[in-house]
Design a protein around this ligand. Structure first.
Ligand SMILES: CC(C)(COP(=O)(O)OP(=O)(O)OC[C@H]1O[C@@H](n2cnc3c(N)ncnc32)[C@H](O)[C@@H]1OP(=O)(O)O)[C@@H](O)C(=O)NCCC(=O)NCCS
Length: 164
């Protein structure tokens, strides 16, 4: 049964996106990086700082009462300030997180698909992301059409092309 819906991300989602960024940073069970430490690290904070800029976009999953339970968002980071999954200035990087109690209920897959569709509707040619190889999310991304374009010691950069 579908007990969540997906809507476009809005400026008022900034705090929730920061929550989901912290969740993504702490994907490993033994990881406990605080929100404060996450937001104090420019290499992480730039995924959400100043949300929502004119070219930022994304999707938010909400429960039947409208409370946010997950989000996938895209931001253009540039060669001058690249993200971990940077491939080109015109390829936005995807971040995703689902509230812990909602994981494993297909929210993540639905968010990925909705974010991809939002990118396609904007005429974006591809989206990228960075994932640590040990994170099961890497298999989800591969199943949803992302392919690895660069590998580092523990992480992969993955790209999903969008046909015109
Ligand atoms: C990664 C994440 C966004 C996926 O969202 P989700 O709602 O839990 O995923 P879904 O329920 O849509 O599941 C997608 C697939 O992953 C599988 N899966 C879900 N949880 C899993 C787990 N803990 N271990 C292994 N596989 C898992 C599901 O079985 C499903 O595959 P299937 O449809 O073939 O069965 C979410 O788990 C999350 O927020 N994790 C912490 C933050 C994070 O890792 N962000 C990404 C950083 S790159």
């Amino acid at each position: 049964m579908l007990d969540f819906t997906i809507r476009p991300a809005r400026p008022g989602d900034a705090e929730f996106l920061a929550d989901m960024l912290v969740a993504a940073v702490n994907w490993a069970p033994d990881s406990d990086r605080s929100r404060e430490a996450t937001m104090a690290d420019p290499a992480l904070a730039h995924y959400v700082a100043g949300w929502q800029r004119p070219d930022d976009f994304g999707v938010v999953a909400v429960d039947c009462e409208g409370a946010a339970v997950g989000a996938a968002w895209l931001r253009y980071l540039t060669a001058a300030d690249p993200g971990y999954g940077y491939v080109a200035d015109d390829v936005p990087e995807l971040s995703i997180g689902v509230v812990e109690s909602w994981r494993g209920r297909s929210v993540g897959r639905a968010l990925l698909r909705a974010a991809w569709a939002a990118a396609r509707d904007r005429g974006v040619r591809a989206v990228s992301l960075s994932v640590e190889r040990a994170n099961f999310a890497a298999r989800l991304y591969a199943a949803e059409g992302f392919r690895t374009v660069e590998s580092f010691r523990d992480s992969d950069t993955m790209v999903a092309e969008i046909s015109p």
